[in-house]
Design a binder for this molecule. Structure first.
Ligand code: NAG
Ligand code: NAG
Ligand code: NAG
Ligand code: NAG
Ligand code: NAG
Ligand code: NAG
Ligand code: NAG
Length: 350
């Protein structure tokens, strides 16, 4: 019993790791930060030209400013900044790095020059970065590698220089990496072979030499990242439950960890569960309370297996969402607590 409790607690903590990382405290910190950052940004973006971005003024709430979208799930912090088709001739200011809740930054075709500031490295939640069709110069700052949630990077049609950075190979969430039509030199780094989710790579119209690394030819993609996460989570749950790895010698020839668990739900569940999790008591030892408890635990194991199976479905669209996973966990926890602390029953230890 104790083993199962420990296991459940561990699984809970693993589940929490998959939840959005915005802590309450962070989200509560004044959103005046966003406002100051945007006003500083405006000055540079618009090259100080009066009357540009007129809606970015004090009488209008920041979330209604042109091109600004806030996220209600993150206490109205700025999550999208998207401007297009401007001719200001401005630059991208360092204050961009203070918009820490940004998920999408699209400043395509607004006549930017100057460099990409190092401070972009502070945008840890950024998923899409489009600075294409500008006149940006200098090297692509290595700090960009800190934005490990980036899925789409488009820098095409600029005047960026230096080697094609090999550190792009560590940004494993990338599905599109568009660097064409710049002044980049060198060869395509072998590290790009790590980008297994990449479906689009553009490097044309630069000054590159050499060939595409072999590994990239297998980078056919097909996975979508959030569903990819939930898949790994599902497999993790099944691994912990069964004590078996997906690479176990018993798998192959149509049988995999997912099918193996799926077939055992619900009747044969005890046959597949790791033996160190469920230590059945002998018939003589069994009190009524223990009997009820064991049944509840088995029910929980079945629920857990169902979650693991639902999260590791072959097709991403069929997979369970993290919100439903959390709901299931709460139901399980409630059931176990009710068993343990049922009025009138002795506290059970093992
Ligand atoms: C602020 O922007 C709104 C929307 O563009 C505009 O109607 C209003 O006149 C502006 N206020 C000031 C003080 O500039
Ligand atoms: C700050 O966040 C609150 C909600 O938490 C929102 O009502 C308010 O409009 C935000 N302030 C600005 C300047 O956007
Ligand atoms: C960014 O925010 C920090 C504090 O939160 C502030 O000290 C700094 O001036 C801001 N930087 C810019 C460029 O807005
Ligand atoms: C950025 O915005 C432009 C203009 O609205 C749009 O055409 C482009 O598709 C956007 N970029 C991405 C990567 O979605
Ligand atoms: C980015 O990561 C580097 C280490 O690779 C670190 O030294 C730097 O402070 C980080 N910068 C930002 C803006 O997060
Ligand atoms: C690109 O940048 C180089 C300097 O790095 C400059 O000489 C050249 O004129 C720029 N090209 C354009 C089209 O601005
Ligand atoms: C990526 O690939 C390179 C060389 O191909 C390798 O050395 C590196 O460890 C791989 N992993 C990451 C995260 O970059």
């Amino acid at each position: 019993m104790m083993a199962f409790t420990m296991f459940l607690l561990y699984t809970f903590s693993q589940t929490l790791m998959y939840m959005p990382s915005a802590t309450f405290a962070q989200a509560l910190s004044s959103n005046n930060t966003d406002k100051l950052a945007l006003l500083a940004l405006k000055e540079k973006l618009t090259n100080g030209i009066p009357d540009s971005l007129p809606s970015w003024n004090d009488s209008l709430p920041l979330c209604k400013w042109q091109g600004v979208t806030c996220s209600s799930s993150n206490h109205m912090r700025v999550s999208i900044l998207q401007l297009e088709n401007q001719n200001w001739g401005g630059t991208l200011g360092a204050s961009i790095g203070n918009l820490t809740f940004l998920k999408t930054l699209n400043l395509s075709n607004i006549n930017l020059h100057g460099g990409i500031p190092r401070e972009v490295g502070g945008l840890k939640r950024l998923q899409l970065l489009d600075l294409s069709h500008n006149n940006l110069q200098g090297e692509i700052p290595i700090e960009l590698a800190n934005c490990s949630n980036l899925q789409v990077i488009s820098l095409i049609y600029n005047n960026l220089t230096g080697n094609v950075p090999s550190w792009f190979g560590s940004m494993i969430q990338l599905t599109q990496l568009l660097l064409g039509a710049n002044n980049l030199v060198g060869t395509i780094p072998p590290s790009f072979g790590n980008l297994s989710l990449l479906v689009e790579l553009s490097l044309g119209r630069n000054h590159l030499e050499g060939s595409i690394p072999d590994a990239l030819e297998y980078a056919a993609g097909g996975h979508v990242s959030p569903q990819g996460d939930i898949y790994s989570y599902g497999i993790l749950v099944l691994e912990m439950l069964t004590g078996k790895r997906p690479t176990d010698s018993m798998f192959g020839e149509g049988l995999n960890l997912h099918n193996y668990c799926k077939m055992a739900i619900p009747e044969r569940i005890t046959e597949i569960v790791d033996s160190c999790l469920l230590i059945p008591s002998t018939e003589e030892q069994k009190s009524v309370t223990q009997h009820v408890m064991e049944n509840n635990i088995i029910e929980c194991v079945v629920s857990l297996a169902r979650i693991g199976v639902a999260c590791s479905q072959e097709f991403p669209a069929q997979r369970m969402g993290i919100k439903d996973v959390i709901t299931e966990f709460h139901a399980m926890k409630q059931m176990l607590l009710n068993t343990w602390y049922r009025p009138g029953s002795a506290a059970v230890e093992n």
